[in-house]
Write a protein that binds this ligand. Structure first.
Ligand SMILES: NC(=O)c1ccc[n+]([C@@H]2O[C@H](COP(=O)([O-])OP(=O)(O)OC[C@H]3O[C@@H](n4cnc5c(N)ncnc54)[C@H](O)[C@@H]3O)[C@@H](O)[C@H]2O)c1
Length: 372
């Protein structure tokens, strides 16, 4: 088993990563001296992974309740949370009880917020089952729900007591969900670790749902995924440990590719690009901006684009109007005397926050990534 520690003084916790961990979840709860647990999940994930968890809890006589909700981002709203409070009260989950978040980022964010606020906070165990949740959303303590006027507007920072990652759950993940998580994985390589980036290049042919069809190759592929999840979590854990609540600016480096990406997503009403696709194009835009400002060598930019393509991620948009993208970049807030703040790579493994991106350079970059 691989273990990564998120160092946050008295709120430090471990991320445990291994194939087959779901079946032993009750042992982890026992270590936490928890004898009552609520599992928050969605219908699909429950049908795939409910059983091993339930039988593990039964074996250790841990009392449990399952709260299942329909699949989808639409569920990430305050009404869902309110209904969950009722169920927790009915079940009499005590202050030393545990909320287990079993699912992707949507479940992790909702369940995290419920755990943060029910009785002023109960123990939270994140059990992420999508790649995005395993490498990103389950680590770092951001929890919350959407408001009709904005994503993730209601929430709190609330760290889990433990993150349990069973990489075998990736076997059932649809290809598009694998790709969305991979954009974040590539981001980590660019931010912090060139050798990890090279590892991704070397193994790119294995990192898709099709590779799972060759049953004999699965144990080897799982080793690769284990390394990918571990290295990604290490990088996220390090950045979060340095700036838990986005106060020093350090955590901002995790936004590499996201400033452009959010603009592409918002402009197309979150319907044309999946989050990972928008981030992928955003990574290209940030790299091109750095290239234009002579902060990174062109060969390095080519390597970044090459890896994204090898992972089947998009590297251009279709015809979005430059002016609309600039508007969507929330230019009012970010432009200071015609300049915009961005996180850009200066080499593979190194990034920099720049506050001197001239608007003219941003416009040229947008055209380079396919805007008109
Ligand atoms: N808290 C954070 O720091 C943070 C960071 C990034 C994203 N997020 C949030 O995460 C959410 C997106 O998360 P996501 O991409 O995991 O999407 P998701 O939670 O919607 O899951 C995607 C789909 O995959 C299904 N699924 C989950 N695990 C599966 C498995 N093992 N096999 C088959 N299907 C499975 C789910 O039922 C769902 O239909 C967004 O709401 C976003 O705002 C939060």
């Amino acid at each position: 088993m691989k273990t990564v520690t998120v160092n946050l003084l008295d709120r430090s916790y471990q991320i445990q990563i291994s194939p087959g961990l779901l079946a032993g979840i009750a042992d982890r709860l026992e270590e936490m001296q928890a004898d009552k647990a609520v599992i928050i999940t969605d219908n699909l994930v429950y049908s795939l992974y409910g059983k091993p968890i339930i039988s593990s809890l039964k074996k250790k006589n841990i009392k449990y309740k399952v709260i299942k909700i329909p699949v989808g981002e639409e569920q990430k709203k305050i009404n869902t949370v309110v209904k969950m409070y009722d169920k927790l009260v009915d079940f009499q989950l005590p202050r030393d009880g545990v909320v287990i978040a079993l699912g992707g980022g949507v479940i992790g964010d909702i369940a995290g917020f419920v755990a943060a606020t029910y009785m002023r906070g109960v123990k939270l165990v994140q059990v992420p089952t999508t790649l995005l949740a395993q490498v990103d959303s389950a680590v770092g303590g951001k929890t919350g729900v959407n408001h009709p006027r904005g994503k993730n507007m209601i929430g709190s920072f609330y760290q889990p007591k433990m993150v349990i990652i069973d990489v075998l759950t990736l076997l059932t993940l649809p290809q598009k969900e694998v790709e969305t998580g991979l954009a974040e994985v590539v981001k980590y390589g660019i931010i912090e670790d060139e050798s990890f980036f090279n590892f991704l290049e070397k193994n790119s042919h294995l990192l898709n749902a099709k590779a799972f069809k060759n049953k004999k190759a699965i144990p080897g592929i799982m080793k690769v995924w284990e390394t990918i999840v571990e290295e990604s979590c290490k990088i996220k854990a390090k950045v979060v440990s340095e700036d838990e609540r986005e106060e020093t600016g350090r955590r901002m480096i995790l936004n590499l590719g996201h400033t452009f990406g959010h603009a592409f997503e918002a402009l197309t009403n979150y319907s044309r690009y999946r989050h990972g696709e928008a981030v992928s194009i955003g990574l290209v835009a940030a790299s091109r901006l750095a290239e234009r400002m002579k902060l990174i060598k062109s060969e390095q930019v080519a390597k970044i684009i090459g890896l994204l393509k090898a992972l089947n991620l998009p590297v251009t948009v279709d015809n979005l109007p430059v002016n609309k993208v600039l508007e969507s970049l929330n230019i009012d807030k970010k432009v200071r005397q015609n300049k915009i703040n961005f996180v850009v790579p200066t080499a593979i493994g190194k990034v920099k926050i720049i506050d001197q991106a001239p608007l003219s350079a941003v416009k040229k970059v947008l055209i380079e990534v396919g805007c008109s």
